[in-house]
Design a binder for this molecule. Sequence first.
Ligand SMILES: *Cc1c(COP(=O)(O)O)cnc(C)c1O
Length: 382
Amino acid sequence: MNQETAAANLKTDAPLHRLHNFCAGPASLPTEVLLKAQAEMLDWQGRGVSIMEMSHRSSDYIKVAEAAESSLRRLMQIPDNYKVLFLQGGATLQFSAIPLNLLANETNNGKADYLTTGAWSGKAVKEAKRYADLGLGQVNEVATSKASGFTTVPEQSEWQLTEGAEYFHYCANETIHGVQIFQPPEVDAPLIADMSSCILSEPIDVSKFGMIYAGAQKNIGPAGLVIVIIREDLIGKASAWCPALLDYANQAAKESMLNTPATYSWYLAGLVFEWLEQRGGLEVIAKTNRQKAELLYKTIDESDFYSNKVDVNYRSIMNVPFTLKDSSLDGQFLAEAEQAGLLNLKGHRDVGGMRASIYNAVSLESVQALCDFMNEFASKHA
Ligand SMILES: *Cc1c(COP(=O)(O)O)cnc(C)c1O
């Protein structure tokens, strides 16, 4: 394609074709953000190259990276004694990085506590136990809600906490089971929270945490990036067997550029943070998120056609699994939903049924459209 045809193609007046996307991840992104990225895709701010084609060490790119971090710091009110790292390997690689940095090293055979409330916290403890099984530290599962089918959170009075634990790990929002822990647990050990699917959905007090981490592809930006927010005193404890790239001290010292970072995802995350700031920040987005969740749970609860089995105190405001009274209608529900422009509602294979992920970029209008469809479908099949 020559340059003129390419330019002509860009200037299309075709209306935007954007459907209601309830995908759990990679998830919906704000249309405004994608339009901005599109507008500067070929020629970033008059430089004649895209942001993807720039050195991560160029002053232009470093400004983009720093602006993204500053914006995130403002949004979450991250205290100065925390580092913000923009890393790769997803949240899943953090399941390994955490024990490699904090569980045990040459001089300390430490202990760590893990709370299991669903699939993701279950994977985290399993990964940490691989090291404990080799004699590198001790890993204690303080409690699990497995017996309930991961529909609730074990009472804190039943947790078997370890004295002197290096950290306490939990998942603030179980994306698959739709279970959210809204208040940070009060324990002595530094709290480490997997916030992959709830980060930026509401204001939180970062100072209550030792470390927060989140894969980007739910509420931050495209896949390929994981954000780690870590208190400085937890940096610099990595074991000698920790890969250099996973050592938080190395990454902090090099501003997350020990090797080439996920430059495009980082840039796009910055645009999403800017979008959130322009909308008024996390208080404002949280209000809409609550409205969205209330509307959807109300639709489920007021029908005898749909149900959600999660303990009402822990129902996620981001991921809403639900089942139909008659599961033989599942296929028809999904097909008709898709025809109505409502995409990616199939539940995770571990849970079955349906799941609507209603992250920040999913509008109240999209949730309303889903609820209208659900009511109509239910009345047809009552
Ligand atoms: C998606 C998700 C993960 C895994 O993220 P990857 O980036 O695929 O590694 C971990 N924890 C939670 C809570 C998630 O939602």
